[in-house]
Design a protein around this ligand. Structure first.
Ligand SMILES: N[C@@H](CCC(=O)N[C@@H](CS)C(=O)NCC(=O)O)C(=O)O
Length: 214
């Protein structure tokens, strides 16, 4: 049984597990309450960030690396096109751009806007992170003008990676997504596995409901 520690970007991992139909359990990690007293979690990830997984003897962090591990170990799966598939380069690029370009940047904008002291909310680094997010988002928009999914005609793990980042931007910093991205997110969110993921990820669900009813 695979254990996923923490939501946040763990949402991607749970979504992938749901898409692949693999058994797992989600173990809550409350970052806001602080992890210093959560000895079980700190034994898994002494650095204290989420998500982490345990799969038998395997312990891993980094949501994209975890997804690649799960697809390689328990695939093959259409969520990960083969290297000789013409869509593979786009798949690989957007799988990583979803975290390294998009989520990693907007996460710090979100921290500044939602957690920082008032005077720090619009600081220079948050502005730089927002610019990085916007420039990378341009690549997503360009691709979505050509194809319904980031690697072409079919949904892949790159869409899990990027959808998570777009949802984070929309919910946490009220980033105004354009019509192509809004239609794309509506498409990826319509998947049955996304709905099951939302059922499991109660903290994400509650946070999303609070924002959407605001
Ligand atoms: N690149 C990592 C980012 C992990 C990350 O920053 N997670 C956030 C929550 S989604 C976190 O644990 N933040 C608290 C911390 O870094 O101490 C991934 O994709 O898993």
């Amino acid at each position: 049984m695979i254990t996923v520690f923490g939501e946040g970007r763990g949402f991607r991992v749970v979504w992938l597990l749901e898409e692949m139909g693999l058994p797992y359990r989600l173990r809550d990690v409350d970052l806001l309450a602080g992890v210093e007293n959560d000895a079980e979690f700190l034994a898994v990830n002494p650095a204290g960030f989420i998500p982490a997984i345990q799969d038998g003897d395997v312990t891993m962090v980094e949501s994209i690396a975890i997804m690649e591990y799960l697809m390689a170990r328990y695939g093959p799966t259409p969520l990960a096109p083969e290297p000789n598939d013409p869509v593979f380069p786009a798949y690989q690029q957007f799988l990583h751009l979803g975290e390294a370009g998009l989520a990693a940047s907007i996460y710090f904008v979100s921290g500044a806007r939602n957690l920082a002291p008032e005077a720090e909310r619009w600081n220079w680094s948050a502005g730089q992170a927002l610019e990085v997010f916007e420039s990378r988002l341009g690549l997503v928009t360009r691709q979505l003008a050509r194809t319904p999914y980031l690697a072409g005609e079919t949904f892949t793990a790159a869409d899990i990676s990027v959808t998570y980042a777009l949802e984070l931007a929309r919910r946490n910093v009220e980033f105004p997504l354009g019509p192509l991205e809004m239609a794309y997110v509506a498409r990826t969110r319509a998947r049955a596995a996304y709905h099951r993921t939302m059922e499991t990820c109660h903290a994400t669900r509650e946070w999303a409901a609070r924002i959407e009813n605001r």
